[in-house]
Design a protein around this ligand. Structure first.
Ligand code: SF4
Length: 194
């Protein structure tokens, strides 16, 4: 059984795949406790492999993003990926980078969002993109460390949201101190879609 928070269809709101229609599969549970976390990772329901795949297929999008929580902790991912691949899905994963399970090799797109509060726990060495939230001006050194540690095609800075306010000023300042990083806005927050 898979323990889940929600399964819903939307557009990817951030990173290189912004605007891509996807089915988000949000797994319950996380191994970190970021002080500013705004994601509810408590289990809302459980589903068998067949039921999970059937729920994904009930939506229109032919792409799936496995997210959380922290999907790298989930058992039975190899089976789920095989089933989704057999049905022709493009599969992305969003991870905090603290694990690098073998099944990441089967994923079409790995997006890593390492957290400065847990820098020493980042194990991932390769991703398609790295996204870091500009929570303060002090994040610059962490970004440079993550760039040296994780080989990726794209490196993004995301503005931090606090109490509904999106802090573009800090993101802009941080980007100015880095080389080869781009802005990734959270389009779903700006346009107000889920
Ligand atoms: S890694 Fe993500 S889901 Fe987990 S506590 Fe941090 S922000 Fe929340």
């Amino acid at each position: 059984m898979y323990h889940l928070v929600e399964i819903f269809e939307s557009l990817q709101g951030e990173g290189r795949n912004t605007g891509r229609p996807v089915v988000f599969v949000r797994f319950a549970g996380c191994n970190l406790a970021c002080p500013w976390c705004d994601t509810d990772v408590r289990k809302k329901f459980s589903a068998s492999l067949d039921d999970l795949v059937a729920e994904v297929k009930s939506h229109q999008a032919k792409s799936v993003i496995l997210t959380g929580g922290e999907p790298s902790l989930v058992k039975g991912m190899a089976e789920l990926i095989s089933a989704l691949k057999a049905a022709g899905y493009w599969i992305g994963v969003e991870t905090n980078g603290t694990n690098e399970p073998a099944w990441f090799g089967q994923i079409d797109y790995v997006a890593c969002s390492p957290k400065a509060e847990y820098a020493e726990r980042v194990k991932l060495q390769k991703a398609n993109e790295v996204r870091i939230v500009a929570s303060s001006e002090d994040i610059v050194g962490f970004c440079q460390t993550m760039r040296a540690r994780i080989a990726a095609t794209d490196y993004y800075i995301s503005p931090c949201e606090r109490g509904g306010e999106i802090d573009f000023a800090t993101a802009k300042s941080v980007l100015g101190k880095l080389d080869g990083w781009s802005l990734s806005v959270q389009l779903h927050k700006i346009l107000g879609f889920r």
